[in-house]
Design a protein around this ligand. Structure first.
Ligand SMILES: Cc1ncc(COP(=O)(O)O)c(C=O)c1O
Length: 356
């Protein structure tokens, strides 16, 4: 697939502080934009990254008809760049879109658009191991009207951002607050989509947790506040009696994470039993008390594997594995990042490798 491309006249490459990239602060020179009008998507094009003009009546500002994706391009040790399972992100964008009455976008078209944009801005893929080029595709209603109904017109945009390694000094365990005050999603709601609105719903609880010194919130099910759902931007896994247990997706309140899916597929190969099922907070607390809970970690694109060193519920702290990363989390992290950076053989065909 070839897209129309317009090169920027004002590269801001030299203004990037490569030693202090952080997350989502710097953006590459170009973006991909496709428009939906009169019932169809146009061919899309790569153009200079720039502001977009919007009307104060643009429906998404009022009714949040928007969803997004997040994945990374890695400089491969074998040459070129790797995207990790990009077709899964493209399919998930369509899944989110369907729930939000946003028109579907062909998966191959999305993957090609991401690939061509990364190729075009390949100098923005950071050089150091652990760093990457974060890819943010998003789609939103762009018609101008008031009234709760689906937009007639849409924009699909991809921007990219060079980002630092999530772990500056090794895999540091995080402290997480289990909240029974707020919920993120309910059965039949938007929880299993990457709707922008889900993140708005999570802000207040997240802010309260940070004020108390926690890095994130562990959300419980929105119906009974009994079962574990997920963390702010990660799925959650527990190791109990040498078995990985992660909440199942059947209630529709949890995002089907691509890292989660990859861990479940890899675990068997690594000789670790992994099970998806409902898990109550009580079961986690009891397993911790009896010494059977040996590890807890989050899974997600940002951190890949994020060990949880402490869970706090109703003022009670559970310190897990002495606040150290455990062997299961370490093995999964090494394996997935090894595949992403082309250090390990990609036996599962998960990476899309390309040269530039
Ligand atoms: C709410 C939520 N859960 C889980 C995840 C992890 O998903 P993935 O592994 O696809 O990044 C994310 C990040 O995308 C998220 O925002």
């Amino acid at each position: 697939m070839t897209f129309k491309t317009t090169k920027t006249q004002n590269s801001h490459f030299d203004s990037i502080n490569w030693d202090d990239l952080r997350f989502g602060v710097y953006f590459s020179d170009h973006m991909f934009v496709a428009n939906y009008k009169n019932g169809k998507w146009d061919d899309g094009e790569i153009m200079p990254f720039s502001n977009i003009e919007i009307s104060p009546a643009m429906c998404t500002l009022h009714y949040a008809q928007a969803c997004f994706e997040g994945l990374k391009a890695f400089r491969s040790e074998k040459g070129g760049a790797n995207l990790f399972r990009p077709e899964k992100n493209a399919a998930r964008l369509n899944f989110s879109s369907e729930r939000l009455c946003i028109p579907q976008i062909d998966v191959n078209f999305q993957v090609e658009a991401m690939k061509e944009l990364v190729k075009f801005d390949n100098k923005f893929i950071p050089q150091k191991h652990g760093q990457s080029l974060y890819i943010r595709p998003f789609v939103f209603g762009s018609s101008n009207f008031l009234g709760v109904q689906a937009s007639q017109e849409y924009k699909y945009i991809i921007i990219t951002s060079p980002v630092a390694s999530y772990y500056a000094g090794g895999l540091a365990p995080v402290k997480i607050l289990v909240t029974d005050e707020y919920v993120r999603a309910v059965r039949g709601g938007l929880g299993n989509t990457k709707a922008a609105a889900n993140y708005a719903a999570s802000l207040y609880g997240g802010m309260q947790a940070r004020k108390m010194g926690f890095s994130q919130v562990l959300w419980l099910d929105g119906v009974n506040l009994e079962f574990v759902d997920e963390v702010g931007a990660m799925n959650i896994m527990f190791v109990i009696d040498n078995e990985i247990i992660t909440p199942s997706l059947d209630q529709g309140s949890i995002l089907p994470g691509i890292t989660r899916m990859s861990v479940l597929e890899l675990a068997g190969d690594l000789g670790i039993k992994a099970t998806e099922r409902k898990i109550s907070l009580k079961e986690v607390i009891d397993a911790h008390k009896s010494g059977h809970l040996t590890e807890c970690f989050g899974t997600g694109t940002a951190a890949v594997i994020s060990p949880v060193g402490q869970l706090t519920y109703k003022g009670e702290d559970m310190i897990i594995n002495n606040n150290q990363i455990g062997p299961v989390a370490q093995k999964l992290y090494d394996t997935i990042t090894g595949i992403q950076y082309g250090k390990l053989e990609d036996k599962k065909g998960w990476t899309l490798n390309f040269n530039f």
